[in-house]
Write a protein that binds this ligand. Structure first.
Ligand code: DC
Length: 225
C-alpha cells in the first residue's frame, strides 16, 4: 500500500500531538512535529539574546537550525546541536515565543525546506498549523483537529501537571486564546483548515476513537493511490 503524507493541523490543546503519535505508530509511519521546530527557534533566540519580535534575526536562526529528533520509547526527543531540549521547549513561555516567532515570514520561509526534507518520501504524520495548506499542500490525507476552548485549556493543564509543571487553569485558558488568535490571524500561513481537510472535533470523542477514525480514513485514501 502507498505510504502517504498525513497532515494534522489545528489549535493548541486540540490533542494533535497525542493523536499524531498514536496514528503514526498504528500506521508504522514517522512523526514530524513542526511545532517543536518553531519552539526550537524561540528557545535558541531566548538563549542567544535575540528578541522574538526581531524577524530578520529569528529568520537567520531558523535557516541555521541544527535540530534532530529521536524516539526513545514513546517520547519524541528533540535535540539542538546535540543538546536535549525536549523539556525546555515545552514551557508556557516558549509556547508564546514560538507563536510570536512563527508570525515572521523570514522564519516560516527559513523552515520550509527543513520540514519538507523531514517529511520526504511519505509514510509520515505531520502535525502543526499550516502543514496541510503550505508545507504539504499535496498531502493525500489532511485533518484539522479541534475541540472546545475549555477542553483544550484543561488538556494543557493536565499535560503540564503530568510533566510536574502545574499551571493555573484561567491563565492557561487566556494564553491559549491569545496564541490561537495570533496563529489564526497572522498574514503568512495562518492556521486555517485546508480546503480538502476533514474537520475533526475531538470534544466528544476519546483519543482511541479519534485515532481509529483517522487511521481508517488514511488507509482508505492510501488504498486508492
Ligand atoms: O503545536 P505547538 O503548540 O507545539 O506549536 C507552537 C507554536 O508554533 C504555535 O503556537 C504556532 C507555531 N506553529 C506554526 O506557526 N506552524 C506550524 N506548522 C506549527 C507550529
Amino acid at each position: 500500500m502507498t505510504r502517504v503524507v498525513v497532515t494534522i493541523d489545528g489549535p493548541a490543546g486540540a490533542g494533535k500531538s497525542s493523536v499524531a503519535k498514536l496514528l503514526a505508530r498504528r500506521l508504522g509511519y514517522r512523526l514530524l512535529d513542526t511545532g517543536a521546530i518553531y519552539r526550537a527557534v524561540a528557545l535558541t533566540a531566548q538563549r542567544t539574546g535575540v528578541a522574538w519580535t526581531d524577524g530578520a534575526a529569528c529568520g537567520a536562526i531558523a535557516r541555521e537550525l541544527a535540530i534532530t529528533f529521536d524516539f526513545v520509547g514513546d517520547k519524541n526527543h528533540v535535540y539542538l546541536a546535540g543538546d536535549d531540549v525536549t523539556s525546555a521547549i515545552r514551557t508556557p513561555e516558549i509556547s508564546q515565543g514560538a507563536s510570536q516567532v512563527s508570525a515572521h515570514p523570514e522564519v516560516r520561509a527559513g523552515l520550509l525546506d527543513l520540514q519538507r526534507r523531514l517529511g520526504m518520501g511519505g509514510g509520515v504524520v505531520v502535525e502543526g498549523r499550516d502543514t496541510g495548506t503550505v508545507v504539504f499542500p499535496a498531502a493525500e490525507a489532511k485533518f484539522f483537529l479541534t475541540a472546545s476552548e475549555e477542553q483544550r485549556a484543561q488538556r494543557r493543564v493536565d499535560e503540564l501537571a503530568a510533566a510536574g509543571k502545574p499551571v493555573d487553569y484561567d491563565v492557561t485558558f487566556r494564553e491559549i486564546r491569545e496564541r490561537d488568535q495570533r496563529d489564526a490571524t497572522r498574514d503568512v500561513a495562518p492556521m486555517i483548515p485546508a480546503e480538502d481537510a476533514v474537520i475533526v472535533d475531538s470534544s466528544a470523542q476519546t483519543l482511541d476513537q479519534v485515532v481509529d477514525s483517522l487511521a481508517a480514513q488514511v488507509l482508505a485514501r492510501a488504498g486508492r493511490q
